[in-house]
Every structure is written in C-alpha cells, then in structure tokens.
Design a binder for this molecule. Structure first.
Ligand code: GRF
Length: 213
C-alpha cells in the first residue's frame, strides 16, 4: 500500500475526512507547523504518529522547509498531502516532492488563488464557487488540477455560510483524489491530469437555476 504523510496547520477537518475514507493508503504521519493544531490531537487519538515542527522556531523559510522535509522523509511517504497547511513551501521543497505533493484549495482555481477566497468570491459576485485538489508546483495554487467541486453562491450567503458549503465538498473530493493517486490512476499530460475512465459527467452546473421565476 502507498504511504502518505499529511501536513496540517489547524483544525484538520480535511485530514479527518481522509482518515475516515477507508483509502488504500497507510497514513504514516500527520505533521503540523503549529503545536496547538486541534488536528494533531485528532490524529493522536487515532493512534497515528502526530508531531509539530513549529515554523516560528526557524528564522529562514528554507531552514523550516529542510527540517520539515527531513522529518517527512523519515516516514518514507509516496505522497505528501497538504490538508489546510497554511505555510508557503519553497521551490526546493516543491521540487523534492514533484508529482507527489498535492493540495486542496478553497476556490475553483485558477480563480482566487491565495487567501480569503470565500470573501473574494462574494465581493466579485461570482455565481459559482468551489474547491480544487491540485498538484503543487512552484507557482502558488497553479499546479495541474485533479478534481474540482462547484457550489452555487446563494444571494444570502456570508463568508461563513459559503465556506461551510465549500468545505463539505472538500471532504468529498480530497479523499477521492487521494484514492486515484494511490491507485496510480492519474496521468499528467502537460498541465492536464487525465483520469482514464471518469464516469458519468453532469451537463452543467447553472447558478442561479434556470427554474428562477
Ligand atoms: C480548508 O478550507 C482548506 O481548503 C484550506 O484551509 C482549510 C483547512 O481546513 N486550505 P481544515 O484544517 O482541513 O479543517
């Protein structure tokens, strides 16, 4: 079975969705850049190796990245899974795990790369928002896209309500993307990820619905 190391920074709900999804992977460790991440307690309660490498203890980004990579490599993972990991990783780190490093981002990339995605989606007035699982490359939030889920933006949405609906979809798509990765189903062709047999595809997600009167 393939081995994964999950990197988190906070509550760890995406990590939990991965742990609960009966995936064909061994979760070798969960690592946070913050010792007070609630997600670390969840991982420990599941009997998983869970540890923190505090980014604050490193003056330079590269030093933190090296310490992190050294720890990760100690668990010999096939894939490194960023699940709400809120540190930007340097080019050397990204190159070291090229093709083996994936992230979940709370927007329909390439729209709204970076932070505060839900607020920006509301400010821009988009009608459809969502989340993306992608390979990590040197350019922030721009690696090849594995899977996306879209949700309608409702007229009474707040940043909070929108984030809740997007998160629900994150918890569905991330485990599935990891399953495909672990099973070797994903093929990278240029900037596109091909998944041999993608199943039934919806015609469209239209928002507001054409039923609006
Ligand atoms: C998620 O919305 C993820 O997409 C973003 O940060 C949030 C982390 O949530 N990068 P959690 O720690 O997985 O609950």
């Amino acid at each position: 079975m393939k081995r994964i190391v999950i990197l988190i920074s906070g509550r760890g709900s995406n990590m939990l969705s991965i742990l609960d999804s009966d995936l064909p992977v061994i979760v070798a460790a969960v690592i946070s850049n913050r010792a007070d991440s609630p997600g670390l307690d969840i991982a420990k309660a599941r009997g998983l190796p869970a540890l923190a490498i505090e980014h604050r203890n490193y003056a330079a980004r590269e030093d933190f990245d090296s310490a992190l990579a050294e720890k990760i490599d100690g668990y010999s993972p096939d894939f490194v899974i960023l699940a709400g990991f809120m540190r930007i990783l340097g080019n050397d780190f990204v190159a070291r795990y090229s093709g083996r490093l994936v992230n979940i981002h709370p927007s329909l990339l390439p729209a709204f790369a970076g932070t505060r995605t839900h607020r920006r989606a509301l400010e821009e007035g988009v009608r459809i928002h969502g989340c993306t699982v992608h390979f990590v490359t040197e350019k922030l939030d721009h690696g090849a896209i594995i899977i996306q889920a879209a949700v309608p933006v409702l007229e009474n949405d707040t940043e909070e309500s929108l984030s809740v609906r997007v998160l629900e979809q994150e918890h569905k798509i991330y485990p599935e993307a990891i399953r495909w990765l672990a099973l070797g189903r994903l093929k990278l062709e240029g900037h596109r990820v091909l998944l041999g047999n993608p199943g039934m595809q919806p015609d469209a997600l239209i928002s507001p619905s054409l039923d609006a009167r």
